[in-house]
Design a protein. Structure first.
Length: 84
């Protein structure tokens, strides 16, 4: 288990404070630590490649763990919601 690689930084949206979005190159059980949020309250993740699989996320403070069996260096869009 390691840290996912940031592919594209989107981070906090001006119109939606408390939201952080990032595109990652991720493998199963890799983590991402929020850059603009102090506490992550909810997360949404989807695979951005032609690979219809389910992704689960675990949240602990500012850290989100991406879990998807078979996920191997795929592009994942991760949107976090929380407090800043």
């Amino acid at each position: 288990m390691g840290a996912a690689t940031i592919t594209t930084k989107v981070y906090e949206s001006v119109n939606t404070p408390g939201q952080e979005t990032v595109v990652l190159t991720a493998t199963n059980d890799e983590t991402y630590e929020a850059k603009t949020l102090k506490v992550v309250l909810a997360a949404s993740a989807c695979v951005m490649e032609d690979d219809p699989q389910t992704i689960a996320v675990s949240i602990s403070g500012r850290t989100v763990t991406i879990r998807a069996a078979g996920l191997s260096s795929d592009l994942v869009c991760l949107t976090l919601f929380g407090t800043y």
